[in-house]
Design a protein around this ligand. Structure first.
Ligand code: F6P
Length: 321
């Protein structure tokens, strides 16, 4: 193998730049040429490629977002789009590809490999942490800390006004961010799609908290739970008559300088992905399980389910007493 491509795709995540940097520098160390594919699979279809050397990734390890830009590409869901993209890769002499992204990006990479024989290696980059085969995804730790800083601030105003706050965090269909940030932020209740709680139960919890003398409370709601924070807030406030507000943290969770944990994870996975491609591995995701690099077939990363830690959820309930 002489030349590989690297791209970021789907929602951006802090630490993607650290992963690109690791891919570029590991490749250069092995005398492999690296081509950056701009705007994910959309740029691949358009042949939007740039040559990348070690100096092109200088001063990027601390930057949020992705220097290669990203996109969600509908055309790549169709075989025609993938065929167009494969032709562009062949034209550019790209024999292997590192795809940094989430499950949508891994679907694209998998089919590109199956249909066109391109060697692909996935690197998990998403704040959602919802991929099977890795304990953590790149961006998750930073998003957690960003959401936590926001919750700490909201707690100040919640306490001053003796209000109930419903804080919605991202995670798409998964509750990893909600559960972790709920525990770290001392939430009264954590609502996640994996363990749906009936709204009546939530209303009862809020009533009980008021009876226990809690003047203000923070309830963390995963965006995938029952229509999200605003809906839950409206239902609870109507039923209890309590003064409540909803705060939707949104895309602020995707930005910012990556934490040390995300930079280290991204560096390890970018490095491992290139070495794996050089060994002839393909159609896999490089992840970290129990602090060791672990490879998982791409298809399993979305077909198998990564569960939230049930014990942590139970613990959170006790700690909210
Ligand atoms: O997958 C990352 C994520 O931020 C999810 O948590 C969220 O549901 C989604 O992307 C938002 O996507 P977009 O930026 O396209 O609105």
């Amino acid at each position: 193998m002489k030349r590989i491509g690297v791209l970021t795709s789907g929602g951006d995540a802090p630490g993607m730049n650290a992963a690109i940097r690791a891919v570029v520098r590991t490749s250069t160390a092995h005398e492999l040429e690296v081509i950056g594919v701009k705007r994910g699979f959309a740029g691949m279809i358009d042949g939007d490629f740039i040559k990348m050397g070690p100096r092109d990734v200088a001063n990027t390890i601390q930057r949020g977002g992705t220097v290669l830009l990203t996109a969600r590409c509908k055309a790549f869901f169709e075989p025609e789009g993938r065929a167009q993209a494969a032709a562009k890769l062949e034209e550019a002499g790209i024999e292997g590809l590192v795809v940094i992204g989430g499950d949508g990006s891994f679907h694209g990479a998998h089919y590109l490999c199956q249909e066109h024989g391109i060697k692909v290696m996935g690197v998990p980059g998403t704040i959602d942490n919802d991929l099977y085969g890795t304990d953590f995804t790149i961006g998750y730790d930073t998003a957690l800390n960003t959401a936590l800083a926001a919750i700490d601030r909201i707690r100040d105003t919640a306490a001053s006004h003796e209000r109930l706050f419903f804080i919605e965090v991202m995670g798409r269909h998964a509750g990893f961010i909600a559960l972790s940030v709920g525990i770290a932020g001392g939430a009264e209740e954590i609502l996640i799609p994996e363990q749906p709680e009936h709204l009546d139960q939530v209303i009862e919890t809020v009533r009980q908290s008021a009876l226990k003398g809690k003047a203000s409370s923070i309830i963390v709601v995963a965006e995938g739970f029952e229509g999200g924070g605003l809906k839950v807030m409206e239902a609870v406030s109507k039923a209890t008559g309590l003064d409540a507000r909803a705060s939707i943290l949104g895309h602020v969770q995707r930005g910012g300088s990556p934490t040390a944990a995300d930079r280290i994870l991204a560096s390890r996975l970018g490095f491992a992905a290139v070495e794996a491609l050089m060994e002839g591995k393909t159609d896999l995701m490089a992840g970290v399980v129990a602090d060791e690099i672990h490879f998982t077939p791409l298809q399993e990363t979305w077909e198998k389910r990564k569960d939230v830690n049930q014990k942590m959820r139970l613990m959170a309930k006790v700690l909210a007493l």
